[in-house]
Design a protein around this ligand. Structure first.
Ligand SMILES: NC(=O)c1ccc[n+]([C@@H]2O[C@H](COP(=O)([O-])OP(=O)(O)OC[C@H]3O[C@@H](n4cnc5c(N)ncnc54)[C@H](OP(=O)(O)O)[C@@H]3O)[C@@H](O)[C@H]2O)c1
Length: 250
């Protein structure tokens, strides 16, 4: 009996589609834009820093760029309103986690940290609603790290539990546009480097020693999941964990 190797040939998964990355100049967003380009999509990148946007746009031959703070609802609305044509997918990687001790925060700070990430999702959904093609997608970033209550993590813990509920509701509101959330553990990005400072290498070593996958999760790992969520039209209203098993061991 002969054993012929099977070669899988396929079309690029996002051929001819347009992907908007809100926060596309660094880390997970930049890597998702790279992967979307490699799968045949055109990309539109946003971020706050014009210089970093221009650099990313040159590398990826981006169709367009826009510099604005995604937490400003008016800027977000005007960005989506100004897009000349319908788009296929939106990936939202803007923002950073809030690690302030909850009982030392003023009520205003608490309100800000509790609502910022959730309102970003709601505002993107509202602004992008009329612009995304049916069965296109919105993908947001959440986390697995703060699901279990631990000292100092009350705000981020609350937000990481609330986001999947919001995303599931938005998937119903926006249907047939699909809405999902990626819940990551530690991902080796510039954001992680800035949060950990001099402890970055120690943290990487700890994770290599303890994670079931025996390596750290990279932006490319998350980008692969993000592009799969964009291309698989059965996926909506769901939260996809990607943490190398971190929540099982810490
Ligand atoms: N890295 C992790 O371990 C990890 C784990 C779980 C969840 N996440 C979440 O995943 C997302 C991406 O993380 P990352 O590690 O890839 O971060 P990153 O390397 O800092 O990249 C963030 C990107 O978003 C842009 N951005 C940030 N705030 C923005 C704002 N208010 N308006 C517009 N653009 C903004 C940044 O550009 P500008 O600064 O120029 O605006 C940059 O392009 C974040 O929401 C983070 O909380 C990360």
């Amino acid at each position: 009996m002969s054993t012929a190797a099977t070669t899988i040939r396929r079309e690029p998964e996002l051929l001819g589609q347009t992907v908007v990355v809100i926060g596309g100049t660094s880390g997970i967003g930049l890597e998702t834009a790279r992967r979307a380009r490699a799968e045949g999509a055109g990309v539109i990148l946003t971020g706050r820093n014009r210089e970093r946007l221009d650099q990313a746009a040159r590398e990826l031959c981006a169709e367009d760029t826009a510099a604005f703070d995604a937490n400003n609802p008016a800027s977000l609305q005007s960005f989506f309103h100004g897009l000349p044509a319908p788009i296929d997918h939106v990936m939202v990687t803007a923002g950073a986690p809030h690690y302030r001790p909850p009982l030392e925060m003023s009520p205003e700070e608490a309100r800000h940290d509790l609502t910022e990430h959730l309102l970003l999702a709601l505002n993107v959904a509202r602004s992008a609603a009329g612009k995304v093609r049916p069965l296109g997608s919105l993908t947001f970033m959440g986390g697995t790290g703060a699901r279990r209550p631990r000292p100092g993590l009350a705000i981020i813990s609350t937000v990481s539990v609330a986001l999947p509920a919001l995303i599931a509701s938005l998937a119903i509101e926006l249907a047939p546009v699909r809405v999902n959330v990626i819940a990551a553990g530690f991902v080796d990005t510039p954001l992680s480097a800035s949060l950990l400072g001099g402890n970055l290498d120690k943290r990487r070593d700890e994770l290599r020693a303890t994670l079931p996958i025996r390596r750290v999760v990279t932006p490319a790992d998350v980008a692969a999941l993000a592009v799969h969520i964009m291309s698989n039209t059965a996926l909506t209203g769901a939260t996809y964990d990607i943490d190398g098993g971190q929540q099982l061991v810490s």
